[in-house]
Ligand binder design. Structure first.
Ligand SMILES: CC(=O)SCCNC(=O)CCNC(=O)[C@H](O)C(C)(C)COP(=O)(O)OP(=O)(O)OC[C@H]1O[C@@H](n2cnc3c(N)ncnc32)[C@H](O)[C@@H]1OP(=O)(O)O
Ligand SMILES: CC(C)C(=O)C(=O)O
Ligand SMILES: [Mg+2]
Length: 520
């Protein structure tokens, strides 16, 4: 690997990431994440801010002992007590670093620190010198560099290099800068510093530009990027590690020669671990690790991806440690994806069966947000076991299920090309449904059994209703089943299904009798 273009990945999930409201982690959880970051291959782990609390100090010390392949670092203000705590916390690490900082922007110096620029330079130098008494590797940050004067930063950087700083971090603390501006700042500082120290960047995402700014900085001489898993961090977060790494890798044509030590197969497991520990899930459409990052919902895309993944994918889900991409069936899906999904569930249907099941799937997808495998199995079972539709339910309308009201049901049923509409009152809604169907169809069924269960998960799960009905006392009870997101509609469908089975059975018996009497 060319050392010139090696990009040092500095992960600050455990420090800046933890500054995300609600992301506090306990020591055991931090150790678990640190070990995973080591597996991911990050070069430097900023494990916390040792002076912040005894818990932070303890977590950093324990991580320093547990992790051997990544450098362990603690943040510290430009204050002796902070630096001492940081130095002690990282002392047991195989490779350690102290990261000290002070703000260099006019607004921070005047209002927050209440210091003159000269006092800031003096503090910065003293901090680096003191940090050097604990470890060789000292990083210095010009906090709020994005709003600092470049000429002043050059003075500060020159002074801290002479004091022994080995990495100079240029944070856009409030995420104010645009990529071209950050690129220009880094170019100017890199030209000034030369090979006296490594230039690092630390971009915040207030304008959604943290990753774009980090990439622009790399192109202009930065050789360390500070970032977090899932882009966690103060306010709108930090630059997301996974996005920077995958951009460098996927656009190698542009970022020619740049390399990181990241084992990209560990990206997804790391993201999952961080979200499960912090309870902060990346937004579904978040690049690389969002739930939808490798999912395809629309038919044209699904068809393309099934024919050749790269029609709609610039990275492979497998690369980042995900099992595979996913084809999510929904209202925008087409036949290719539908058929592929059925094949994967083990169904080999004829084209016309697929077409019919597909039409019913589209109707279902309009009513239901998530279509689960069990929904599809139920649809297909319905299709395969389909019996001739002597009576077909066209419409069902229910009214007044309130206590003391008169439950009634109105139906439109199609029979031999005609639509018949009628209504009935019952002892309950179901009774009204059965009564009106009996009346329209000219039968009198007696319900012997009724079962309803949810086909899949969620509040909008489809209901599968099973009925057992006797239409003729001399014949056994006939089963019927109905599927719908609405239980009463499924009930009506089940009853009509049983009736259709009865009609087709009667028809078969009649044919057999006729054949027998004709002597066959
Ligand atoms: C951009 C960043 O992410 S910076 C890192 C942010 N992280 C944290 O703040 C970690 C958690 N923080 C804490 O636990 C606490 O703020 C502590 C323990 C660090 C300090 O707590 P306190 O001593 O009570 O001070 P408090 O946080 O209220 O105020 C900060 C003080 O540090 C000063 N200060 C801020 N940055 C620096 C610096 N880099 N170097 C020296 N002094 C600094 C402020 O001017 C202020 O000083 P003052 O008391 O003289 O006005
Ligand atoms: C302490 C520094 C590096 C920081 O987090 C920032 O400036 O955003
Ligand atoms: Mg920060």
């Amino acid at each position: 690997m060319s050392t010139d273009n090696k990009i040092i990945i500095f992960d600050t999930t455990l420090r800046d990431g933890e500054q995300s409201p609600g992301a506090s982690m306990n020591t055991e959880e931090k150790i678990q994440i640190a070990l995973q970051l080591q597996k991911l291959g990050v070069d430097v782990i900023e494990a916390g801010f040792a002076a912040a609390s005894p818990g932070d100090f303890d977590a950093i010390s324990r991580i320093a002992e547990a992790v051997t392949k990544s450098r362990i670092c603690s943040l510290a203000r430009a204050l002796e007590k902070d630096i001492k705590a940081a130095g002690e916390a990282v002392s047991k690490a195989k490779m350690n670093r102290i990261h000290t900082f002070i703000a260099t922007s006019p607004i921070h110096m005047e209002y927050k620190l209440k210091m003159t620029p000269d006092q800031v330079i003096k503090k910065a130098v003293e901090a680096v010198q003191y940090a050097k008494t604990f470890c060789e590797d000292v990083e210095f940050s010009c906090e709020d560099a994005g709003r600092s004067e470049v000429s002043f930063m050059k003075e500060v950087l020159d002074a801290v290099i002479n004091a022994g700083a080995t990495t100079l971090n240029i944070p856009d603390t409030v995420g104010y800068r645009l990529p071209t501006e950050m690129g220009a700042i880094i170019k100017s500082l890199h030209d000034f510093v030369g090979d006296r120290a490594i230039i690092s960047v630390h971009n915040h995402n207030d304008l959604g530009l943290a990753v774009a700014n980090s990439l622009a900085c790399i192109e202009n001489g930065a050789r360390q990027v500070e970032c977090t898993i899932n882009g966690l961090g103060e306010r709108a977060g930090n630059a997301a590690l996974e996005e920077i790494v995958m951009a460098l890798r996927t656009r190698k044509d542009h970022f020619s020669g740049y390399e990181t030590n990241i084992n990209i197969k560990e990206i997804y497991p790391t993201s999952k671990l961080v979200s499960s520990i912090t309870g902060i899930e990346p937004q579904p459409n978040k690049a690389i690790v969002g739930k939808n990052a490798f999912s395809h919902e629309s038919g044209i895309h699904q068809d393309g991806v099934l024919k050749h993944t790269q029609t709609y994918e610039i990275m492979s889900a497998k690369d980042i440690g995900l099992d595979k991409n996913s084809i999510v069936l929904g209202k925008h899906s087409g036949r290719h994806a539908f058929k592929d999904k059925l094949n994967s569930l083990g169904y080999e249907l004829k084209d016309e069966e697929i077409n019919e099941a597909f039409e019913r799937f589209k109707i279902l997808a309009d009513q239901k947000k998530d279509i689960f495998d069990d929904d599809l199995r139920a649809l297909v079972a319905d299709e395969i076991t389909k019996i001739p539709q002597v009576f077909e339910l066209v419409r069902l309308q229910l009214s007044d299920c309130s206590p003391g009201g008169l439950p009634s049901a109105a139906v439109t049923i199609s029979h031999e090309g005609k639509e018949i509409t009628d209504a009935a009152i019952g002892n309950g809604t179901m009774d009204a449904i059965f009564k009106v169907i009996d009346r329209v169809c000219g039968v009198s069924g007696e319900l012997r059994d009724y079962k309803v269960d949810a086909v899949s998960q969620g509040k909008d799960a489809m209901a599968r209703v099973l009925v057992k009905v006797v239409f003729d006392e001399s014949k056994p009870a006939i089963m019927g089943h109905g599927l719908s997101v609405d239980t009463m509609l499924a009930t009506a469908k089940a009853y009509i299904g049983a009736l259709n089975s009865y009609m087709s059975m009667r028809e078969r018996l009649r044919t057999i009798k006729n054949h027998t009497s004709e002597g066959i």
